[in-house]
Design a protein around this ligand. Structure first.
Ligand code: BGC
Length: 361
């Protein structure tokens, strides 16, 4: 090596040491130096991912670390595609993976690959199971199911019903969240006087609204148009499918139906009375927390988390946020107050009268 090159290497190492020294202990990511962060989301039929999670995450990374770059991919419900996207991100030099898995068990392969390359993994919203991961950021998902179940039972009681069948439409069988929503819902529905049908529980392949719709058509054919008291739908997409099936069968009004995600279409159905409730899991704190953590990890910091969750491979440091019930009475105080939607966005032509009646406009 020539003398000038040696000097360059020495200077570079000195700089690297200085930068590392400045950054250790910084929790805000305010130090210099960037890196690539991969954000891997599972699908785009549910509006949250492209409308909220992705832009919020990218904005927070940019704010905390102007020199960082987000490599974004959406797996469109395909686990092998997500595997390829993760591999591509790792080959492209990603220093952190923020992964919302299509399949929580199969995603263990991605986590192990990242680990072998020394790249930390943040499990985003859905838990990656039985594999070494560094952090988990989500909501209290059993609580989500419990809130849905309780709201449904209370509404049915308000309507003077104390017994009957509740058609239960759960989420994707490969999503650990779906199992937790189901568990929480059962804790509220079992022994409530109502009975969930069918047995065993139905889980909607890939969370697809059209699959939920077909399933609901079958249930209506089997139970009769007024053969059930309510519908437990795990999210707004499946609720939309179930409500479309009930409407097409001429059921009007539709019995109380639950949801989750506070999608704009669901808020409008709540205003018009087609859907009873949704669960709002504020996207900003979840995306902000993930972005802050990812930037910390890029900069070599390892922040502590208040809780741990066992993913089958150990106690994973976790941040769990609190979900909120939204029904006709608190749309203004929740999603409108948080600027998720304006009243104008909700109260378009077809909903104008219902909005007025609900005190929204
Ligand atoms: C998320 C929900 C979403 C569903 C379908 C779940 O893991 O927590 O918010 O509706 O997946 O994508």
């Amino acid at each position: 090596m020539r003398k000038r090159d040696l000097l360059a290497v020495a200077t570079a190492s000195f700089l690297a040491l200085t930068v590392a020294g400045c950054e250790s202990g910084s929790n805000t990511g305010g130090g210099s130096g960037g890196g690539k962060i991969a954000l891997l989301l599972p699908e785009s039929q549910t509006t949250r991912y492209e409308q909220h999670d992705r832009p919020l995450f990218e904005a927070k990374v940019k704010e905390l670390c102007p020199d960082c770059e987000v490599i974004y991919s959406n797996a469109q419900q395909d686990q092998s595609r997500q595997q390829q996207q993760a591999e591509a991100a790792l080959n492209n030099g990603a220093k952190v993976l923020v992964l919302d898995p299509v399949d929580g068990a199969a995603a263990g392969t991605i986590a192990s690959l990242a680990k072998s390359k020394g790249v930390p993994v943040i499990s985003y919203d859905r838990l990656i199971q039985n594999a070494p991961i560094d952090y988990y950021i989500s909501f209290d998902n059993e609580r989500v199911g419990q809130l849905q179940g309780e709201a449904l039972v209370n509404r049915l009681k308000e309507l003077g019903k104390t017994s009957g069948d509740i058609v239960m439409i759960n989420g994707s069988p490969t999503d650990n969240n779906a199992k937790q929503f189901n568990k929480g819902a059962h804790s509220a529905l079992d022994n409530s006087g109502f009975k969930t049908v069918p047995t065993p529980d139905y889980f909607t392949p890939e969370w697809k609204p059209e699959n939920a719709q077909k399933f609901m058509e079958g249930q209506i054919a089997q139970l009769g148009k007024d053969g059930f008291a309510g519908v437990y739908a795990a999210n707004d997409g499946t609720a939309g499918g179930a409500i479309a099936a009930m409407r097409a069968a001429g059921i009007n009004p539709v019995p109380p139906t639950t949801g989750q995600d506070a999608e704009l279409a669901a808020i409008q159905r709540i205003v018009s009375g087609d859907q009873y409730m949704t669960v709002y899991k504020a996207f900003k704190p979840e995306a902000d927390q993930a972005a802050t953590l990812a930037v910390d990890l890029v900069k070599g910091n390892k922040p502590t988390a208040g809780k741990t969750v066992d993913n089958g491979s150990g106690a994973i440091p976790s941040f769990l946020l609190e979900p909120v019930v939204v029904n006709k009475d608190n749309i203004k105080d929740t999603v409108v107050k948080d600027n998720l939607y304006t009243v104008q966005q909700i109260c378009t032509g077809a909903y104008a009268a219902a909005c007025q009646a609900a005190g929204l406009s």
